[in-house]
Design a protein around this ligand. Structure first.
Ligand code: PMP
Length: 352
């Protein structure tokens, strides 16, 4: 730390992204990217519609907001786009949380939530998941804090119901409820349809996973016009050109090829179910995931050891050292061939 670093950030512990090795070819099953390339139709759309890059990008992100509005039957003013959904989440912490409205989220969830809270000097509470790693809904009823829930949750992949989301939102009328749906397209139900009923609900989604655009960085939130307007106050005070022209047009192109997105998601779901069955046959415990990853543990090999052994074999998965989950590994669902490669490496490591 330099002697110039602001005292305000002295104790900030930054988010640690999953490894992105550039020097060796790994089978990458560690950061929940799509194994499928961006739609070809979308690439063609970019080649005909890209605005000249010497011009700034559209600060209103009209093309992408209207595409999302059409997809969900909403007004474009109910949508804000961001440089990945991480940026959107940061805007939410910045815009709505403070000493009077602290944040609350599960103790085992997306690791960026506590970082955004610390970055913005927002007090926060982490509520323990239950023993089976499910979220205890009653913990959030009338809690009087701004609530952040990933649904499906990460790294468990487990879901809560729309009914429970509605109950939580209605019981906290003085606070916002953020549902982070980064993984919703792989078998969960979206809460987007609730935003007109619950004016304190914000639903966050990303183009990184089901739409294969992790490297292009495009995310969005939907909510009431008022909540979105507040977020725009923060966006225009940070970076009005937060979404670059290329990613914006690519995202609009991807939205013209929903059949491709749907078919990739269905293939991921099929591959997930196959992988779960195979791992269970090898004695693994696998949580009930509706995401493009699974969270798995074995009594035969400690989670950290399996992570290291797989890495030696050229396969990257994600291991977390938090005590309650240190025996687990989070494994991204790739193609069927990639999962067969993973399974054969695991069999070799555990001696089957
Ligand atoms: N939410 C959750 C739960 C995630 O796992 C991720 C991916 N790391 C994100 C949000 C952010 O995704 P992105 O910034 O790529 O949209």
């Amino acid at each position: 730390m330099s002697r110039y670093f602001s005292k305000r950030h002295e104790s900030l512990i930054p988010y640690v992204p999953g490894e992105q090795p550039q020097n060796r070819r790994f089978l990458k099953l560690n950061t929940n990217e799509s194994p499928y390339p961006v739609s070809e139709k979308a690439m063609e759309y970019v080649s005909t519609n890209l605005r000249p890059l010497q011009l700034y990008s559209d600060p209103e992100c009209v093309i992408i907001r209207s595409g999302i509005a059409e997809l969900y039957g909403l007004h474009p003013d109910q949508i804000i786009a961001g440089n990945g959904s991480d940026e959107i989440l940061n805007f939410l912490f910045m815009a709505f949380c403070d000493e009077e409205r602290p944040a609350v989220f599960p103790d085992i969830t997306y690791g960026f939530y506590p970082v955004f809270a610390q970055l913005n000097h927002i007090p926060y509470t982490e509520i323990p998941l239950q023993d089976d790693f499910s979220i205890c809904i009653s913990d959030y009823i009338g809690i009087n804090k701004n609530i952040f829930i990933a649904n499906p949750n990460a790294p468990t992949g487990m879901v809560i119901s729309l009914e429970d989301i509605k109950t939580i939102a209605l019981s906290n009328p003085h606070n916002i409820v953020v549902i982070d749906e980064a993984y919703v397209d792989f078998g969960a139900e979206s809460a987007v349809g609730l935003v007109n009923e619950c004016d304190n609900l914000v639903v966050v989604q990303t183009f990184s996973k089901s739409r294969s655009m992790a490297g292009a960085r495009l995310g969005f939130a939907v909510g009431s016009r008022e909540l979105i307007a507040d977020m725009n106050t923060l966006r225009y005070s940070t970076n009005p050109y937060n979404v670059n022209s290329y990613s914006m047009i690519l995202g609009a192109g991807v939205l013209t090829d929903e059949d491709y997105t749907r078919s990739n998601c269905n293939e991921t779901i099929r591959t997930r179910e196959y992988t779960v069955r195979e791992l269970e046959n090898l004695g693994f415990t696998v949580l009930d995931s509706k995401a493009n990853f699974i969270f798995a543990a074995s009594d035969e090999i400690e989670g950290g050891v399996l992570y290291e052994r797989l890495k030696d074999e050229g396969v990257l998965v994600r291991h977390f050292t938090k005590p309650r989950i240190s025996n687990y590994n989070r494994i991204t669902i790739g193609t069927m061939e990639q999962m067969d490669e993973l399974l054969s490496k695991i069999k070799m490591i555990i001696g089957r």
